[in-house]
Each structure stands twice: as structure tokens, then as C-alpha cells.
Design a protein around this ligand. Structure first.
Ligand code: TXE
Length: 500
């Protein structure tokens, strides 16, 4: 499908997908199917399989067999790199198709989905280099009788559980890095946004990935996800989602085989704006930081911490930006903010907006559901007079709702920023280098932006401090997470005997 011929409307009939095992689709057979309605249009667009516990076992067994016979880990880095590069090439060719289905299931604007797929191509290209450059260490300082080497090995079978907010991007921030070092995988996408994960499996088979290296099981978190986190034969699990389920993942690992974990969880990320910032630039950045992906990002900048002397003026500047943001049909090229991904999430966000008003915050902009005749949409919303104890200042809303809190000193700004159980991301807006550095050093967050927000790419790692998670994804750090080190001691010449 190319851009010119793309029919930018939902399909007439929902498309049915099997799940992916051993390099091929498996049809539903007598398993149940889940139907997904497009959140932007309210019509059915896809049907996916509700996999069973046996299907999870089969997928793990397939990944295990592929790992043990070394069909992937036994290849040289150059050969693995070739498959990752070919994946990037095919993904570039099929980008429009992937973006279309991503938009249909998730509700994000098509222009944004296209940009995300382009970013994913970059992830595969970058990780291909890591497949060739990944290496260990050596110790040549152990005396004439001993040589020490440290090797990096793949962890084994890796499970990946992803959420619905960035179904394809979050997947591609993990998969190429996991595969670069020779692991094999089972992915479990969110039950509401599964099909682009299946498409990636198809693309990788096309690119020459050996069968069984990448398997996909679809279905609910409660059954399929739980079976994966409980599984005794999964060596490592990367989970991205809510902090509550993250806790369940840690418990399951403790109760099963102590599988190694990577966790990327919730956030309540501060945007700190000083009076000396380029306020026009900052207002645009702050509006983007909470409006992008309808605020359904783990790294959305949902708390605006702004110097008191400019607080009212700056809040109004952000509200003016909100008024100009184009909210609407995700398949419309001009749309900047699309639909809310699930009914439940829509209710959650509207619930927080009501709670903010009940708790005494002042609604400056938005706060209402937008009616386009179909789908579910919420206007970008700004609350002033927010205090630190209010739910809208403390809890992850996961929607386009910004809570404004003023500060007087640098110390106070840092204290408010750190007054959260989370530590995923933070931004500071100032033209003063001292303030920028002080704040970036002292705010506890895994990602930090100065005079920008939500930037990223394959080079820099992603992940959180505090209750936002464990470990890092992407970059060199990301690939290393999916390896384990082995130390090897090599005797040179004859050993000193133990028994005389
Ligand atoms: O997340 P879940 P949900 C937050 C956000 C949102 C809330 C609920 O606040 O409102 O979570 O979203 C799988 N064992 N975030 O319900 O349940 C599930 O199928 C194993 C923030 O969608 O955490 C899906 O694939 N897996 C977050 C994935 O976990 C289980 C992104 C995430 O679902 C499971 C998403 C179980 N018992 C939601 N239960 C962020 N900050 O990025 C569910 N899953």
C-alpha cells in the first residue's frame, strides 16, 4: 500500500489475524476471537485470537527450541545485523500499512503513526550495529599464570508485554535490542492493539529471521499475560504498563523462576518553567508535552511547575495553544490530537477532570468531551490553582490534563518536581545554564530534557527511577540489559598443585 492509493477511512469489514508461532500465522480454529473497534470511528476494524494457556506454552517452547539449538545465537553478529537491517528495509516499504493499522486500533493521528514507524526503522538500523559491536572485557593483569575474560551472553527466552499507547514504538524500542545479542522471544501485545506486533513478526520472517525466534501470543493480560509472567521457562521479561501490574510482575517472578525483569511503568512528569525561559517556545513545548498522543504517554509532562511571577500569563499562553490544537479524526492528515484509546481510559480521564473540580482546582481550558459524531475525544485540559495533595497533581491520569503549580525558588521547583512516587521523565525550560544544570542533576528521573520535551531516538536509553521501573531500554544500555556476563578464568601453563 502506498500513500497515494491509501484509502484513509476505516475498512468495510474487520480484518482477522491469527497469532504467530514458529515463523507462521496460526488461525484461530475453535479459539474465541476479540473484536477491536477503532476508537476514532467506533466501528470494528480487527479481530484477534484469544490465545489459551497451551498457546503460551507452545510459543515459549518454540522460542526455547530456537534458543537451545543456537539457530540465532550461534550466528555471527554480522549475520544477525543483516536480518535486522533487512527488517528495517521491509518496514520502510510497509510503513504506510503499519501506520494505518496502528492508527485504527490506537486512535493516534496518522501523521504521528507514520513518524513513529520511521523512528522504529531507525531502532532496527541502530541495533544492527550493536549486534556486531557487542563485546565483553578481558583482564591481562592477573599475573603470568592467569588470563581472565568476561563474555556477554544472551539471557535466553525473553517475554515482552506491551501496552496500548505506543503499540509499535514501544515494541521496537525493545525487539531489535533483544535480538541483537541472540535472545529468542515471545511478545504479548495489549489486547486492544495487537495487530502491528503481528505485522512485525511477519516482516521479520520475510527478512530472514529463523522460525521460532520471534513468536506472538494475543489475548488478555489476565490470562495470556499472566501465563507468560508465571512461566518457568521464560528467562527474562520486559513489561511496560501500569505500576499496579508491574507489581504483579515482580510477585510472579518471585513466585516462579526469579526471571530477570525490565519494567517501564507510570509517570507523573514535571515540566519546570522559569520566568527567564523563552516563554513562547516553552508554552508550545508544554502543550505538546501533554497534548501529544492525547497525554497517553508514560513520559507525558502532566505537571506544569512554573515560576510564580509568570504563572498566570504562562498558563494562559498554554491555554491559547490548546485552543489552536487540531483535535479530530485520526485518519485525517491535519489532525494533531486523536481519539482516547479505550472506553475505560476515557472514563478514567473524565473522572479525574471531575475530581479536579471537586477538589477545588480552577478549570482554565477544556474539561469536556468533544463530539465528532463518532469515536471518543477529550479537549486538552488545563487546571490552575492545583495543590500538591490533589489527585490530579499526584496520580497518573494518562490523558490530556495539565495541572499547574507555581514556585518561588529553584529549591522549591526541585522539591515539587520530586514530590511524586514516580521518576520517569522531566523537563526544564530556562535560558540560565546554572539553573538548567542544577535542576537536571537534582530531579530524579530517568530521562531529562532541557528546553525541549519528549525527544528521543535509538541512541539514548529509556527508563525510570523510583516506582517508574527497573532497567533501561534502547541504546548500548538497552542491548546490555538483555545479556548476562560470564567470567572465564584461564590458567596459563601448569597449576600450583593443591596436594603435595
Ligand atoms: O494497563 P495494564 P492498562 C497506566 C495508565 C492506564 C492504566 C491502565 O494510567 O490508565 O495503566 O491501562 C498486560 N499479567 N498505563 O489497563 O493493565 C496487558 O494485557 C501480565 C501506563 O492497559 O498495565 C497489556 O499488554 N500482563 C503505562 C499490558 O499488561 C498483564 C502504559 C499493560 O496493561 C496483566 C499503559 C497480568 N496480570 C498503561 N494484566 C505507561 N506509563 O506507559 C494486564 N497485563
Amino acid at each position: 500500500m502506498n500513500k497515494a492509493t491509501l484509502q484513509l477511512s476505516p475498512p468495510n469489514e474487520p480484518r482477522t489475524f491469527g497469532f504467530y508461532l514458529d515463523g507462521a500465522y496460526v488461525a484461530a480454529g475453535d479459539r474465541e476471537l476479540a473484536t477491536r473497534n477503532s476508537p476514532g470511528h467506533g466501528v470494528p476494524v480487527t479481530k484477534t485470537v484469544k490465545c489459551t494457556g497451551d498457546d503460551v506454552d507452545a510459543a515459549v517452547a518454540s522460542a526455547r527450541a530456537a534458543f537451545e539449538d543456537r539457530r540465532w545465537s550461534g550466528l555471527g553478529g554480522a549475520e544477525r545485523a543483516a536480518v535486522l537491517l533487512k527488517t528495517a528495509e521491509i518496514l520502510r516499504e510497509r510503513a504506510e500499512e503499519v501506520a494505518y493499522w496502528e492508527t485504527l486500533e490506537n486512535g493516534k493521528p496518522i501523521s504521528q503513526a507514520r513518524a513513529e514507524v520511521a523512528g522504529c526503522v531507525g531502532m532496527f538500523e541502530y541495533a544492527s550495529g550493536l549486534a556486531r559491536s557487542l563485546h565483553g572485557d578481558s583482564f591481562n593483569n592477573l599475573g603470568d599464570g592467569m588470563f581472565g575474560i568476561v563474555t556477554r551472553e544472551p539471557v535466553g527466552v525473553v517475554g515482552v508485554i506491551t501496552p496500548w499507547n505506543f503499540p509499535f514504538l514501544i515494541l521496537c524500542e525493545r525487539v531489535p535490542y533483544i535480538l541483537a545479542s541472540g535472545n529468542t522471544m515471545v511478545a504479548k501485545p495489549s489486547e486492544v492493539t495487537s495487530v502491528t506486533t503481528l505485522m512485525l513478526a511477519e516482516i521479520m520472517t520475510q527478512a530472514g529471521l529463523p522460525d521460532g525466534v520471534f513468536n506472538v501470543v494475543t489475548g488478555s493480560g489476565r490470562s495470556v499475560g499472566q501465563a507468560l509472567i508465571d512461566h518457568m521457562d521464560v528467562d527474562m521479561l520486559s513489561f511496560t504498563g501500569s505500576t499496579a501490574i508491574g507489581r504483579a510482575v515482580v510477585e510472579a517472578a518471585g513466585k516462579s523462576n526469579f526471571k530477570k525483569l525490565g519494567l517501564e511503568l507510570g509517570g507523573k512528569n514535571p515540566q519546570i518553567v522559569f520566568a527567564d525561559a523563552d516563554l513562547e517556545d516553552a508554552a508550545d513545548g508544554v502543550a505538546f508535552g501533554i497534548g501529544f498522543n492525547t497525554g497517553q504517554c508514560c513520559v507525558s509532562g502532566s505537571r506544569l511547575i512554573v515560576e510564580r511571577s509568570v504563572a498566570d500569563r504562562f498558563s494562559q499562553m498554554v491555554a491559547d495553544k490548546f485552543a489552536k490544537v487540531v483535535v479530530g479524526d485520526p485518519l485525517d492528515e491535519a489532525t494533531q490530537v486523536g481519539a482516547i484509546t479505550t472506553d475505560t481510559q476515557n472514563d478514567t480521564i473524565m473522572g479525574y477532570i471531575a475530581k479536579g473540580q471537586d477538589e477545588g482546582a480552577r478549570l482554565v481550558h477544556g474539561g469536556e468531551q468533544l463530539d465528532f459524531g463518532r469515536g471518543q475525544y477529550i479537549a486538552p485540559t488545563l487546571f490552575a490553582d492545583v495543590t500538591r495533595d490533589m489527585a490530579i497533581a499526584r496520580e497518573e491520569i494518562f490523558g490530556p490534563v495539565l495541572a499547574v503549580m507555581p514556585f518561588d525558588t529553584v529549591d522549591e521547583a526541585i522539591e515539587i518536581a520530586n514530590d511524586t512516587e514516580y521518576g520517569l521523565a522531566a523537563s526544564v525550560w530556562t535560558k540560565n545554564i546554572d539553573k538548567a544544570l542544577q535542576v537536571s542533576r537534582r530531579v530524579r528521573a530517568g530521562r531529562f530534557w532541557v528546553n525541549t520535551t519528549l525527544s528521543g531516538g535509538p541512541e539514548l536509553p529509556i527508563g525510570g527511577m523510583k516506582q517508574s521501573g527497573w532497567g533501561r531500554e534502547a541504546g548500548v544500555y538497552g542491548v546490555e540489559e538483555y545479556t548476562q556476563v560470564k567470567s572465564v578464568h584461564i590458567e596459563i601453563g601448569k597449576r600450583d598443585p593443591w596436594i603435595a
